[in-house]
Design a protein around this ligand. Sequence first.
Ligand SMILES: Cc1cc2nc3c(=O)[nH]c(=O)nc-3n(C[C@H](O)[C@H](O)[C@H](O)COP(=O)(O)OP(=O)(O)OC[C@H]3O[C@@H](n4cnc5c(N)ncnc54)[C@H](O)[C@@H]3O)c2cc1C
Ligand SMILES: NC(=O)c1ccc[n+]([C@@H]2O[C@H](COP(=O)([O-])OP(=O)(O)OC[C@H]3O[C@@H](n4cnc5c(N)ncnc54)[C@H](O)[C@@H]3O)[C@@H](O)[C@H]2O)c1
Length: 459
Amino acid sequence: MKHQTDALIIGFGKAGKTLAPFLAQQGLKVIVVERSAHMYGGTCINVGCIPTKALAQQAHLAAQQGIRDRAVRQELYAQAIREKDELVSLLRNKNLRLVQDQPGVTVITGIASFETAHLVRVETELGSLLVEADRIFINTGAVPVIPAIPGIESSKVYTSAEILDLAKLPERLAIIGGGYIGFEFASIFAGFGTQVTIFEQGELFLPREDQDIAAEVQKVLEHKGIRIQLQTGVTQMEDHEETGLILHLSSSNRSEEWKGDAALIATGRKANTDELNLEAAGINKTARGFIQVDEKLQTNQPHIWALGDVNGGPQFTYISLDDYRIVKDQWFGSGHRTTLDRKFVPYSVFIDPPLSHVGLTESEALKQGYHVKVAQLPVTASTRARQLKQTEGLLKAVIDAETKQLLGFTMFGVESSEVVNIVSVFIRSGEPYTVLRDTIFTHPSMAELLNDLLSLILD
Ligand SMILES: Cc1cc2nc3c(=O)[nH]c(=O)nc-3n(C[C@H](O)[C@H](O)[C@H](O)COP(=O)(O)OP(=O)(O)OC[C@H]3O[C@@H](n4cnc5c(N)ncnc54)[C@H](O)[C@@H]3O)c2cc1C
Ligand SMILES: NC(=O)c1ccc[n+]([C@@H]2O[C@H](COP(=O)([O-])OP(=O)(O)OC[C@H]3O[C@@H](n4cnc5c(N)ncnc54)[C@H](O)[C@@H]3O)[C@@H](O)[C@H]2O)c1
């Protein structure tokens, strides 16, 4: 069977699921192909942001109760997994409805691969079909990088998606890789009382952050029982009848073993293109294996675009959403939007409490030749944090001493993932920091700390 369509979207990611109804509302015939019925809504809804943050919230509540009894912790964990599953299932159905119920959009469940630059084969459970499209949007996301470690195929070694379904709370968990995923799962499992050790090959803890911030985060995480071993690689993994899993480790000065129940692989994510047969469409890839795009997300084939993680941009749901905006703007907007005009993109690592940042760090600003003024404030300064009983962490602002502009902001503390968005909007306004310093905020709130933090800057 062969379908003819104006627009074909491969992958039900954030960009694709937003683009599909929009294009249909403009009168285009749209087909969305998603490989798995368990993935309507994409990574974020099913195995990414949403389930991890749902578990993080329950882990936080469990940690606050400080329960040591193993059976009670196991029950709290099992309940959290059940609630996470319910939430994911609800959102997956809602996402499917939002796309499928839009007149003009057809969702096909199957694996897409290129036959030619305009023709795509889809392997469904009921057989194979072809889709011929005028325009094609690739939104197939990313998959975990699995390092070549002997024994990694053990059933006790999990990817981030697999560990979300782990029924039994591990007593000892190793995490390979100290990045976003490693830290967020470390925080989740430590919250439920698991002894977590992170093995990171790099020599610095949180290398992108200023070292005063990194030191504070490390102190708080270690206080929560998370061990962090830098400059450590895993050379072999072995199932063991009594202990469960043994990891053979190598660091610069010694080799040792770790014994526990389970390990999580969190060593980065690579483009999900293996099944696409990009060669048949003549689509170029970058040296890192991502689909090569220009600043308007167009591939070397002018009728094919790549959006989201698969194009090698920052791997965040909100960047995938912005990719949608860039593509939309090319036909239905000013035509000016590009990836180059993304300024001051914030991020949050959802550990407990979250670490959030926007703009330059102090060391980046100094490297770029700015003459800076810096303010720091502990979260204990906040009455709101005291009410919430979450007084860990600190805030830091970096100001250009000459122009008085706010160059960067970091907050390690409760509700930082909200506060950072206020600062991000403010920095883009180009106003001097004094405007934010003197802005009226509600009380009690975490945002009002911005008044106090910026008042520490002396003119
Ligand atoms: C554990 C975890 C936690 C995360 N937490 C956050 C967070 O808190 N905040 C944040 O902003 N980001 C987070 N991210 C990153 C975020 O999930 C991704 O950046 C985002 O989901 C990428 O979306 P996308 O549009 O690129 O595509 P995806 O959402 O990845 O969708 C791609 C879809 O394409 C389908 N597909 C793949 N190949 C084919 C094919 N050949 N044919 C048909 N369909 C195909 C896949 O099944 C998938 O559904 C997290 C990621 C992970 C793994
Ligand atoms: N809160 C969020 O926004 C959020 C949450 C989760 C994931 N994400 C996205 O998902 C992406 C992938 O996350 P990630 O944590 O897998 O990748 P990452 O790139 O953030 O971190 C991977 C880490 O693993 C280390 N590493 C690599 N190979 C190793 C090895 N063999 N042994 C030990 N350490 C090794 C690297 O040095 C690095 O520190 C992130 O880049 C992020 O964009 C975002």
